[in-house]
Design a binder for this molecule. Sequence first.
Ligand SMILES: Cc1cc2nc3c(=O)[nH]c(=O)nc-3n(C[C@H](O)[C@H](O)[C@H](O)COP(=O)(O)OP(=O)(O)OC[C@H]3O[C@@H](n4cnc5c(N)ncnc54)[C@H](O)[C@@H]3O)c2cc1C
Length: 264
Amino acid sequence: MAKPLPRLLSVIRTRRLTPNMIRITLGGSNLAGFPAAQESAYVKLMFPAPESNGGMELSSEASVEEPKPITRSYTIRSFDERLLEMELDFVAHGDNGPASAWAINAKVGDKISVAGPGAKKMADMSADWFFIAGDMTALPAISVNLEQMPSNARGYAVLEIIHESDKQNLLAPAGLEIHWLINPKPDRPNSVLLDAVKSLPWLDGTPNVWAASEFESMRAMRRYFKGERGVGRGDIYASSYWKMGETDEGNKAAKRNDTDSDIN
Ligand SMILES: Cc1cc2nc3c(=O)[nH]c(=O)nc-3n(C[C@H](O)[C@H](O)[C@H](O)COP(=O)(O)OP(=O)(O)OC[C@H]3O[C@@H](n4cnc5c(N)ncnc54)[C@H](O)[C@@H]3O)c2cc1C
């Protein structure tokens, strides 16, 4: 089946959710027919390749022509079918990447081409307990997961943020302990997430593990969960959402060559 064409959407609203997170609401009639209940799935934002003459106003036709646009993945935080509005939360990590730079400078009325949705990123809600961990790029997907957990869910959500004031009010079951970790330098090698994850007592029963963060941080957590805790491959989602010192293209290449993704 042919891939659906990207949709040209408009910026409806933009606001600093917290100092290092920008919430952008996209909308417009081109969102008609976008599937409902896809929160936690990703969409791909399309930016003109540097060698192209295009501005941000890619049309569906232009975006499938050469040179190929640059794409960046962002999680659907919410989608309102009635208003035809979709919210995406962007880590404002600087103007060194097309997506972050675009979000920082976005104004009402700006246009962007958006493809998707891709697969949803939900934990297995029938698990005995949950171990959720991630940095700010994963916070939108984690927020959706916590909101949709059964009310008797138990376990941990370990969340790395840049500043104390990046904490968000999360809707989560009472039995899900939330641990905020402050790391002002997420772009320097560190073991902030791993150290916190390892420090938490293992609970009884079989957990479902959901972890997404910077490439090396995710790998370290995955090694711990699979190698030291014996979490089976069907009980873990572990994904690299970005890679230090690499653009998203470098992150994707590293993921393809990630030889220990299969350890168990
Ligand atoms: C399935 C999926 C869902 C995602 N959902 C979200 C989301 O909802 N919100 C979100 O903010 N991100 C999300 N990400 C991560 C986002 O796609 C990457 O951070 C992406 O690299 C940003 O693109 P860019 O154009 O800003 O920077 P790039 O051009 O990719 O990179 C430029 C430079 O910035 C660095 N960089 C990239 N991201 C970060 C960061 N977070 N902190 C510090 N430095 C960084 C790179 O290492 C590189 O040096 C998701 C990724 C995936 C795979």
